[in-house]
Design a binder for this molecule. Sequence first.
Ligand code: UTP
Length: 273
Amino acid sequence: MIKKCLFPVAGYGTRFLPATKSMPKEMLPIVNKPLVQYGVEEAIEAGLTEIGFVTGRGKRAIADHFDVSYELEHQIAGSSKEEYLASIRDVMSKGSFSFTRQPSMAGLGDAILQGKRLIGNEPFGVVLSDDLCVADDGVLSQMVRLYKQFRCSIVAVQEVPQEDISKFGVIAGEQMKDGIYQVNDMVEKPAPEDAPSNLAIIGRYILTPDIFDIIENTAPGKNDEVQLTDALLQQAKDGCVLAYKFKGQRFDCGAVSGFVDATNYVYENVYGK
Ligand code: UTP
């Protein structure tokens, strides 16, 4: 029912400079696999096989990663090294990959709006691949099941300590069921004393397509960027947005410490298993 997933990957990744000076942040490897591939695998596992990237300048390595490398294929054909390509070959056989550009870094809301031409008029997933989620049952799969039940936009949330809350969009809502909230307020990167709760939005969303019109009518907010959080608050006021406390672990790989934690965790618990 939901077939498409958008990956906004136009950001500069300044927290990872100088590594990200000429290389996209999304291509940084967690052990032996680029961050973005983990996100795409999670989307495909959830049945979202039409993958759309909103890219920017300097991001061509992402497009190359999801395309055939003839020289490499030719070089290692028939050798024992072929197994190293198994996971990306599997992803490429199951998914289709489209690209559009965000001309200027005008915010996550603007990046999603640029993706409208890849999505059209249907519900879709969004993955911010610098949030690496590890779960037996993929976080997007959990959210797709919830969407089938409620048919409205859903944001994934997790509880975060007060000192970290100002790094996130934060929701307030009424708990409908265990771990499912109907959102009635949302604030982007609040000061700790202004945070409406300790429930922070992480980089997994299911969005209904009316979000595009709402974003078009959303003025730039925090940091003068068009904030997805502001558009989602409007959508919550007009209709319904759910927040879902997902089951699993999330690592903020956009920051060095989260990246190192993810590397250690994946090496010990996921790699080679
Ligand atoms: P971040 O702010 O975490 O990513 O945006 P960044 O800008 O790449 O990183 P830093 O802060 O400079 O280190 C969250 C996500 O939204 C995308 C980014 O690529 C990232 O995946 N994004 C953000 C866009 O695609 N376009 C934008 O205008 C803003």
